[in-house]
Design a protein around this ligand. Sequence first.
Ligand SMILES: Cc1cc2nc3c(=O)[nH]c(=O)nc-3n(C[C@H](O)[C@H](O)[C@H](O)COP(=O)(O)OP(=O)(O)OC[C@H]3O[C@@H](n4cnc5c(N)ncnc54)[C@H](O)[C@@H]3O)c2cc1C
Length: 366
Amino acid sequence: MAAAGEEGWRQRLVVVGGGVAGALVAKSLQFDSDVTLIDSKEYFEIPWAELRTMVEPSFGKRTVINHEDYLNNVRIIASKAVNISSTDVYTEDGCQVPYDYLVIATGHLDHVPKTKPERLNQYQSEYEKIKAARSILIVGGGPTGVELAGEIAVDFPDKKVTLVHSGPRLMEFIGPNASNKTLDWLRAKGVEVKLERSVNLQSLSAGSGKYQTSAGEMIEADCHFLCIGKPLGSSWLKGTTLEANLDKNGRLMVDEHLRVKGHKNIFAIGDITDIQEIKQGFLAQQHASKAAKNLQILLAGGNESKMVTYKPFGSAVAIVSLGRKEGVAQFPFSITMIGRVPGMIKSKDLFVGKTRKQLGLDPNGV
Ligand SMILES: Cc1cc2nc3c(=O)[nH]c(=O)nc-3n(C[C@H](O)[C@H](O)[C@H](O)COP(=O)(O)OP(=O)(O)OC[C@H]3O[C@@H](n4cnc5c(N)ncnc54)[C@H](O)[C@@H]3O)c2cc1C
């Protein structure tokens, strides 16, 4: 590692993962060091706007943002990181990228196209699929499945939507009160919700329009959407120098400064960390901001004792949108609310303007 302040030398910071946390940390530090962002795609995408984009593809012009549009002073490598040593990151495209400091922010893996035009085309196809279908099956009753069911039920009230969930209640990450209110809301909109059964995945791939559940029933639908959560983006660390730092769930174990335990120059932020709190974008942004502060201190040759600490959020605040105007919210002490008030907070613009502003972009621009 080069000495800070050495003539003409800038410390090399590599950020792996250009999602909610990685995009923000790269932007925050782009003038403090020589920054490289390695992301599997050329763009940052606002994850909580995905489902609106499926029913309104033009929404994606604001929510899918090329990394080069908000990063002015960062080298961008659009390729998967596949290996890491104590000095370098290696990518699928054959790049070897040396680092003095490293931030790992590979939250979740998403099998999405590499370029923005391809991603927007994919949204257009999903929209066409929904528009053409008379009946739609959604597999998975977590926040993604619920938000998708809400979007379709509100924008296409004539479609027959069936939501199948393996658990005893919807969105088990929040309290039963919020789950039950959401169930009532969906049923009132005509969505058929089937709990405590799974859909045979082989019947999904058969493309016959007939889907068998574990309860033995047959569901007929013109198309289906699988909303069963994305895999954690840490499998690339297996067999590397950081393998021993993964916990049994595949999450990177970090200290109170958000450094990977036992590594003075490697940070991990966002969903990939083992921090005991609900995994959410606004918390990933908090991690990014704390890690950026600590890195600023280290990059300037400051004393480690000046680093700030991150304290996990004890109580969950969660807002799940239910179409364009309504939502369900859970606040601390399990206070829940459903309808227009949470809808006013989240559902109209889905925090898109706010997120674009954080990246230094015009909130309403495309
Ligand atoms: C449908 C949906 C709705 C949500 N709604 C909300 C909400 O309303 N509020 C909220 O706070 N949170 C919400 N969340 C959760 C939030 O999106 C996540 O907590 C947040 O995205 C985590 O950020 P991250 O940077 O850790 O990971 P991610 O945003 O998942 O980013 C990871 C990045 O790393 C890249 N990557 C992965 N592996 C590699 C690799 N090997 N090499 C290079 N790049 C790699 C990925 O392509 C991606 O760009 C929602 C999530 C979803 C899916």
